[in-house]
Design a protein around this ligand. Structure first.
Ligand SMILES: [Zn+2]
Ligand SMILES: [Zn+2]
Length: 345
């Protein structure tokens, strides 16, 4: 089968290669991939940044976001059957460590990730542990089903806080932030202010997803804007996705006293924060968010889709998987939401 493989440790270093269809162990399933989607993680691997150099050992089959149908099941598998329409949680948890046994499986001490630590799913067929399968509503669009990994990050971060009836800021409007705008509006936020840095294409998409306001911090002072729109108090909830170290202080300054800040961005450097002023005396609640709760977040996503969440505007590009390089270029260009790929084409 054709597969997208990181073949060399360098920028790019990627080829479409013929590889063997994986053989299935007793606890695994083989999935015929209908749609896959490119993640920021895949961009890091492609660009070969510091994180990728430390973590990735080429050759590696890319990808962890998908929707597909079960083609084969291992002898022990009971939870899914051939032809089921599934997506998958990309964190493979061990099930036996302290975190797994205390309700924190999403931060398993021994987490392995498809397309990072084990072969991924940018191919016609993919093998994953049956335990990682999530059965989709048969009516769910495959493109929507394929982006439940970032949608799950968005959902997890948002529901850590109290969004209904509140003034909510989405700080960082990549695909995750765009999806948070849609969720916040759907669940009854009083007002949603989306803040990007300088990419107008992305704030326009946040608008399409229902943001009451979508501003660029390069043009408009974001702290002043938020205060001006919240009776001078600041936002009840700030959902941070930007991973910008200096931006953390901006987030705290626009937060009201006693407000809630979820941090989901991955920071390349340390943040310097005035803890007394901006956290202690502010009585701020700060949450670190990682992964998706297994499996509470997945049930919540199913509920959001049932309740009418529409993420069509976020899916901006579609390519056959053979045109992976075009998809990657769209991701890296920044004028994109989610980019989806169709294998076998
Ligand atoms: Zn992802
Ligand atoms: Zn574990």
């Amino acid at each position: 089968m054709d597969a997208v493989v990181k073949v060399r440790g360098e920028e790019g270093g990627t080829e479409i290669r013929k590889v063997q269809v994986p053989s299935v162990g007793p606890d695994d399933v083989l999935i015929k991939v209908d749609v896959a989607s490119i993640c920021g993680t895949d961009v890091h691997i492609y660009e070969w940044n510091g994180w990728a150099q430390n973590r990735i050992k080429p050759p590696l089959l890319y990808g962890h976001e998908f929707a597909g149908h079960i083609a084969k099941v291992g002898s022990n598998v009971r939870n899914v059957k051939v032809d089921d329409y599934v997506s998958g949680e990309c964190h493979i948890a061990c099930g036996t460590c302290f975190n797994c046994r205390t309700g924190l499986m999403h931060i398993c001490e021994n987490t392995r990730i498809f397309g990072v630590d084990v072969p991924g799913i940018f191919a016609e067929y993919a093998k994953i542990p049956a335990m990682n399968c999530w059965k989709n509503d048969p009516k769910l669009k495959p493109e929507w089903a394929s982006v439940q990994d970032p949608l799950g990050n968005a959902t997890h971060s948002l529901f850590r806080t109290q969004v209904p009836t509140r003034n909510v800021v989405i700080f960082g409007v990549g695909p995750i932030g765009m999806m948070q705008v849609g969720i916040a509006k759907l669940v009854g936020a009083r007002q949603v202010i989306a803040i990007g840095r300088k990419n107008r294409f992305r704030t326009d998409l946040a608008k399409k997803m229902g943001a009451d306001f979508a501003i660029l911090s390069a043009e408009t002072d974001p702290v002043k804007f938020v205060k001006d729109h919240t009776d001078g108090r600041g936002a009840d909830v700030v959902l941070e996705n930007a991973g910008d170290a200096a931006g953390v202080t901006t987030c705290l300054r626009m937060l009201r006293q006693g407000g809630e800040l979820s941090l989901l961005g991955v920071f390349g450097e340390n943040a310097s924060i005035d803890l007394s002023k901006d956290v202690v005396f502010k009585y701020a609640n700060i949450y670190g968010i990682n992964g998706r709760l297994m499996w509470d977040t997945w049930y919540r996503m199913a509920g959001l889709f049932k309740a009418g969440l529409n993420i069509d505007p976020v899916i901006t590009h579609r390519f056959p998987m053979s045109e992976f390089e075009k998809g990657m270029a769209a991701m890296r260009g920044g004028n994109s939401g989610k980019v989806v790929l169709y294998p076998g084409k």
